[in-house]
Design a protein around this ligand. Structure first.
Ligand code: ADP
Length: 449
């Protein structure tokens, strides 16, 4: 019974709200509907009471009840602005007339004050707010002048109960206004905070995207053009030789062309790989780091055998990360540890230390090492420390690693000296992920070569 009543009231409060109604209007329409409903209920009660004492006051009451119903219908037909205009234009006038007619004892000032609050909440535009406020001020002054100089013609008919009822109406409406105003304000403030936060994030993303775009522009003009230039110039040399009828150097020139084309192919693949990584949130699951390293070692089996590599892993934990990205990260680091290494026996050690809030994973190689002043630079896009004929590469591998680490809210750093090998430190935060995603941890320690 109570829930049915609540349902009906709820439906009536949502009178005139359609799926396409603006969010900012919804609270206003609900508030106006509630005021109208309370007014209709009270006016009807007073009108019923008046059925037994027929007179001009009752006719007036029926008239106001009908007017309130009409405004309610205007809201239903989506004439929201007209409804508010009528509500704020006619009600205060009626109140003023009631005040003058029934004398100051009636306490209509409360009602007028309640209506005044509604002007602030229900009207959106500054101009309409100001207009209605002036209208209210004018009526308030006229009413008070009326109290003083006009002898209230109906004053004798006002009894104590009516006064209480009128006071109740204004008290309820006033409370409703204040509550809605505070709620709307809170909602608005929260929404504003959310939007500002989102804007800040988007702005930061845009800045990063812009910086990336600049870097991309730099590579197209430089790194991609370098192999293209060699292709063009060697093709030109081949043509010149062919015109002269000489093919002596053609084989050698063609090799340069092929190698430049290959370099361009690597570059394009790496740029694609990098751009596919995206920025921001990635789906993370529980992963066994040793399983990840094992699968990379299996994939790199050929090169590991050919280059006489030994991979040693100890104490590898379960981490919370994106599987595809973490595979790419360790594959890049392993490949670099092998590539930039001239030792007879290439040894790569992977070790981890787990703290309550994060893991530190260490990848150490016995390669050529990196001078200290390059430590920060090598994580930038297209930063290479060696010419292509010494070590082939694109300079994107570590930038990919950096982006993956950023996507995991971690950090990557390096400790290295030329000729003494390099140690990369990865710090990954530990997250609480659902147990069902946990992968069984099979291998924690092992040596693979
Ligand atoms: P790429 O290997 O394609 O050139 P990276 O971004 O992976 O690009 O590496 C950038 C540079 O950092 C490399 O050119 C190399 O000089 C240096 N580097 C990376 N890893 C190592 C390592 N393990 N040992 C020595 N130098 C390294």
């Amino acid at each position: 019974m109570l829930s049915t009543l609540r349902n009906i009231l709820n439906r009536l409060s949502h009178n005139g709200i359609r799926p396409d109604t603006e969010e900012s209007q919804v609270t206003r329409i609900i508030l106006l509907n509630r005021i109208l409903l309370i007014t209709i209920a009270l006016l009807t009660a007073l009108s019923i009471k008046g059925l037994f004492e027929w007179g001009w006051t009752e006719v007036f009451l029926y008239g106001v009840t009908l007017l309130t119903l009409f405004i309610f219908l205007l809201v239903r037909w989506s004439h929201f602005k007209t409804a508010i205009g009528l509500f704020h234009g006619i009600y205060p006038l009626l109140l003023c007339l009631i005040g003058i007619g029934f004398g100051s004892e009636l306490g209509v000032e409360y009602c007028l004050f309640a209506l005044l609050c509604s002007v602030l909440i229900l009207n959106e535009g500054k101009n309409s707010k100001l207009l209605f406020l002036c209208w209210f001020a004018l009526l308030y002054v006229s009413m008070n002048v009326g109290f003083r100089y006009v002898e209230a013609p109906f004053a004798y008919r006002i009894d104590y109960t009516d006064r209480i009822v009128l006071f109740m109406i204004s008290a309820i409406i006033l409370t409703l206004f204040v509550m809605t105003f505070l709620r709307e304000n809170r909602k608005y403030y929260k929404e504003l905070q959310k939007v500002t936060g989102r804007l800040k994030d988007k702005n930061e993303e845009l800045n990063v995207a812009n910086r990336d775009l600049e870097q991309f522009a730099a590579i197209t003009s430089h790194d991609l053009k370098t192999p293209l230039r060699s292709i063009a110039s060697f093709a030109g040399l081949i043509k010149r030789d062919l015109d002269r009828g000489s093919t002596e150097n053609t084989g050698e020139y063609l090799e340069f062309v092929t190698s430049a084309a290959k370099q361009m192919n690597f570059l394009i693949s790496d740029i694609l790989e990098y751009s596919k990584l995206g920025k921001g949130k990635v789906e993370k699951v529980n992963l066994s780091l040793s399983d990840i390293i094992m699968s990379i070692i299996r994939r790199m089996d050929d090169i590991i055998k050919k280059e006489n590599v030994q991979v040693i892993m100890t104490d590898l934990p379960e981490i919370q990360a994106n599987e595809t990205q973490i595979q790419l990260l360790f594959q890049n680091l392993l490949e670099n540890g092998i590539k930039y290494n001239r030792s007879e026996k290439k040894v790569i050690q992977i070790h981890a230390q787990s703290k309550p809030e994060y893991h530190i994973i260490t990848i150490r190689d016995n390669g050529i090492g990196i001078a200290e002043h390059y430590h920060d630079q090598i994580f930038g896009m297209f930063k290479r420390l060696h010419a292509g004929d010494k070590f082939q590469g694109t300079g994107i591998g570590l930038a990919i690693c950096q982006r993956i680490i950023d996507n995991h809210s971690g950090s990557i750093s390096l400790d290295s000296e030329p000729g003494k090998g390099s140690t990369f430190y990865i710090r990954l935060p530990r997250l609480q992920l659902g147990k069902k995603e946990a992968a069984p941890e099979k291998i924690r320690n092992g040596i693979f070569s």
